[in-house]
Design a protein around this ligand. Sequence first.
Ligand code: SAH
Length: 376
Amino acid sequence: MGDEETKILAKSHPMVGGDGARSYAKNSSYQRAVMNATKEMVEDAIADKLDFKTLEIEASKTFQIADLGCSTGPNTFIAVQNIIEAVEQKYLIQRQNPNSALEFQVFFNDHNDNDFNTLFKTLPPERKYFATGVPGSFYSRLFPEKTLHFIHSSYSLHWLSRVPEEIVDSKSPAWNKSSIQCTGLVKEVTEAYAAQFNNDMESFLNARAQELVGGGLMVIVISILPNGIPMAKTAEGKIYDLLGSCLIDLAKMGLIDEEKVDSFNFPLYYPTCEEIEAIIRRNGLFSIERMKIFAPVVPGEMTFSAERSTAQIRAVFEGLIEEHFGHEFIDQLFINFTRKQLAENFLKSDDLKNHNKIDLFIALKRINTIDSYWSM
Ligand code: SAH
């Protein structure tokens, strides 16, 4: 645990806890659609790439799974269920002794101040696994060496460990005064965000490479940008810009400090597929087994109204915004945000229909190292 990457501090911005009307649990249908869309990809990766003949698994046959950035549920439970069903299928085919069965332990990880109580209270009663909460940043080590057989992380790795320093430095060419996000329109800003993403991913891969057993699999699902499309031209980028304009409106009304708006930035970065692939190849500790770009089908009942879009954005960003601006004007901000979406007919605009942002499924395998070979 003495390695540099174990000491990285990541800022935490938990999703809205509980299971009330404003909670993440009730306002993360898009993330759930992503989880459902990747079910087959997970099954397929496990069927083809998980090999019990070479997997380092101890005699007690406990299969250890971690979901990193699990939030409060319920999406994480869907992911875990899919993984377990697929692993069981594969084990049935490959087990030597027809009477042997696997037991599962699942580690749910998120930041320390994630609402783990809601997660534990809503664990599926019929689950076939032992559940454990693991608090802490996934940019550091979270587990002992070679203890995990499968790692899953969905919609979490675009959260950087922090906003890059240059972004809030008024003397830097990367000072991002005019926006609350990495729009992709200012070269220096984009480079600073990309460098942070690169460092964070490197820390993530190094930590996971130590924790996964040889032959263990890791699935990463992350939002990406198609090549050549800046964030500002995606639906999400446009919504974030609209939220930024609502903060500027509050500053103009004298309700919040203008300088506070200038220094507020999302610690979010949406890479391209090529960027991620290059980082994984440079890291060299994992082989890329699957890589698939997809766009989840959002079922009819989830189609967005302005209110629904506000609820989803609020469930994710309320904590981050409150931390910077305080609680006083948060309701006002989101009321204005809904009004502005309606006034600008935002959700019907062509730009939004052609939403540009896509998602990426990656299945990686921990390369068997010489020392893991000896411990088999
Ligand atoms: N996987 C869940 C939640 C996605 S929301 C789903 O698909 O519904 C992203 C989650 O990642 C949040 O709960 C956030 O707190 C968590 N997260 C972001 N950065 C993190 C970090 N460095 N370490 C652990 N969790 C992190």
